[in-house]
Design a protein around this ligand. Structure first.
Ligand SMILES: Nc1ncnc2c1ncn2[C@@H]1O[C@H](COP(=O)(O)OP(=O)(O)OP(=O)(O)O)[C@@H](O)[C@H]1O
Ligand SMILES: [Mg+2]
Length: 340
């Protein structure tokens, strides 16, 4: 048991890469959204442990990442993964009594069927009420932005599987763009680059580590990170090999996916009503999600949008902070809570 909570309600940010559980006050658990099954369908590992063995398994193990592009792609595995993670927080006795309210984040640009999948995955918990909250709105609440006022705000959530760009006003979304370009895409282009440019095969976890350590989107950067030694397997000889990579070398590699995100921001601005555009001209762009932590995001977006850019200081937790606040004060946030 990681922690105990007396609250009969919880909130979940079931992300493409990370799942966070919160109650009304605090984060109860944060683990990677991964699960590994044994041959007989029993669970070998979940969360952090599953991520650590993900690309190191053998034929008798079946690793699954249940979400793709920010939505549930494997229903059964998602349901099982959530169950195992919730079990880490609550005792069986506590769970058997059921819950008062569960709130789950869902991406804004989702179909009814995709939203239903999130709700169905939570049905197993016997909750009196289940609410959905759109993730970009939750992120804005988590960043302490007043989403109810008429002043428009531009929020960009760059997660693992999806990037959502929204203009928020009066508790609603006035303009948006949703892109399946996010953290996973950055990892893929890094893997591709090492294979093609350096004849080095690297795993997805190594690619992610490289990105987190020296990945950036702005060439001219003060305090750029130091070069990094990347270990993998030689494409030609099949033996272990390492290559040193500099920050500047990776910037053009990440440029294409990041340019798509940038284009999404510009498109959203172009399609938002003029009064809201005038507000955003003053307030600027709010950026959150784990991929907001890439080096140079602020510098680059300030250059391309000519707007002030605010990077969330706790980008990995904005959605769960927001849904936790909504759990605390459902009356105040009733305009954005959707009955599931
Ligand atoms: N320091 C960092 N630099 C760059 N990327 C990072 C850093 N830390 C985390 N990330 C990336 O952030 C992504 C995860 O972010 P986040 O937890 O916001 O996504 P998610 O909520 O799981 O996914 P989604 O919102 O798409 O459903 C991963 O791709 C991860 O590699
Ligand atoms: Mg997210």
């Amino acid at each position: 048991m990681l922690s105990f909570t007396g609250s009969r309600s919880f909130a979940i940010d079931l992300g493409n890469n990370n799942t966070l559980l919160t109650d009304k006050e605090k984060i109860l658990l944060s683990e990677p959204s991964y699960i590994v099954f044994n041959d007989n369908h029993s669970v070998k590992a979940v969360g952090e442990e599953a991520y650590s063995i993900f690309e190191k398994s053998h034929d008798a193990l079946h690793p699954v990442k249940p979400l793709r592009g920010g939505v549930i792609a494997d229903y059964q595995s998602a349901g099982k993964m959530i169950r195992m993670l919730v079990d880490k927080v609550y005792s069986t006795g506590f769970l058997s009594k059921g819950f008062d309210t569960i709130i789950t984040g869902v991406p804004y640009h989702t179909t009814q069927v995709e939203r239903r999948a999130f709700r169905d995955a939570l049905d197993q918990f016997n909750s009196r009420k289940t609410n959905l909250l759109f993730e970009p709105l939750a992120a804005a609440i988590g960043m302490d932005l007043d989403i109810r006022e008429p002043e428009g705000k531009l929020l960009v959530d760059i997660g693992g599987g999806i990037t959502e760009v929204v203009v928020i006003s009066l508790s609603g979304v006035a303009s948006f763009q949703s892109l399946k370009v996010a953290g996973d895409t950055f990892d893929e282009v890094i893997r591709d680059y090492f294979r093609k440019q350096h004849n080095l095969l690297i795993g997805a976890r190594t690619a992610e580590q490289v990105k987190k350590t020296i990945g950036g989107v702005s060439a001219a950067l003060k305090n750029a990170p130091l070069p990094m030694l990347v270990k993998g397997k030689s494409l030609a000889e099949g033996i272990p090999m390492s290559v040193e990579i500099r920050y500047e070398e990776l910037v053009p590699v990440l440029d294409k996916p990041f340019s798509e995100i940038e284009a999404g921001i510009i498109h959203t601005l172009q399609h938002c009503p003029p009064e809201l555009a005038a507000d955003i001209y003053k307030s600027g762009v709010y950026v959150t999600g784990g991929s907001a932590l890439l080096h140079g995001v602020k510098e680059r977006l300030e250059r391309t949008t000519s707007l002030p850019v605010h990077i969330d200081a706790h980008s990995l937790t904005s959605v769960s902070r927001g849904i936790s606040k909504a759990l605390r004060d459902p009356k105040y946030y009733q305009g954005v809570l959707i009955e599931a």
